[in-house]
Design a protein. Structure first.
Length: 178
């Protein structure tokens, strides 16, 4: 047995007791009782936003976002208007909430361009292909099963680069316990 293997110790079970910050030691009961507790303060949600004058302040005012709570509760319009895959029309800009089925990068013939990333994504109504340009790192970041909210323009290309309403197919059914 090598000396490296002999020095390896099993990791302590961290799921049982809380640990002190940057320590493997558990705090004592007295230390836990003396620790500062920060309770949520709903009244802070009514505080006015502290934003310097300029474009951001004007935009927040236009949206009616004057308090911390209003800013936290604000959803961008496109996310609230998310559509289903089956409801997409060719040529329209839309937002869809989908899940990644498969994703892969493929090389582009043009010299100097980064690979294209093509993903097969689905929701409960159908499947479509999403294409990402000049972002090859997305193939590693968005693994199958990742949930995404995508916004873009749909097209009806022969190769299915985006949603084609005539070729939308339903995702496979999930069986309980499978």
């Amino acid at each position: 047995m090598s000396s490296v293997a002999a020095n390896i110790k099993p990791a302590p079970d961290r799921s049982v007791d809380p640990r002190a910050f940057a320590s493997v030691e558990s705090p004592t009961r007295g230390e836990l009782l003396l620790a500062p507790v920060h309770w949520p303060r709903p009244s802070r949600l009514q505080d006015a936003l502290d934003v310097p004058p300029g474009k951001m302040a004007d935009g927040l005012q236009t949206l009616g976002l004057t308090s911390v709570g209003a800013l936290l509760e604000h959803l961008p319009r496109d996310s609230r208007d998310a559509r289903t895959v089956r409801g997409l029309q060719a040529g329209e800009a839309a937002t869809v909430a989908v899940q990644v089925r498969t994703i892969a990068a493929r090389p582009v013939r043009r010299r100097g361009m980064k690979p294209l990333v093509e993903a097969s994504v689905f929701d409960e109504t159908g499947t479509m292909r999403a294409t990402f340009f000049n972002q090859p790192w997305l193939a590693q970041r968005y693994k199958p099963g990742t949930r995404l909210v995508l916004h873009g323009k749909t097209t009806a290309r022969v190769r299915g680069a985006a949603a084609d309403p005539a070729r939308v197919s339903a995702p496979p059914r999930q069986t309980p316990g499978a």
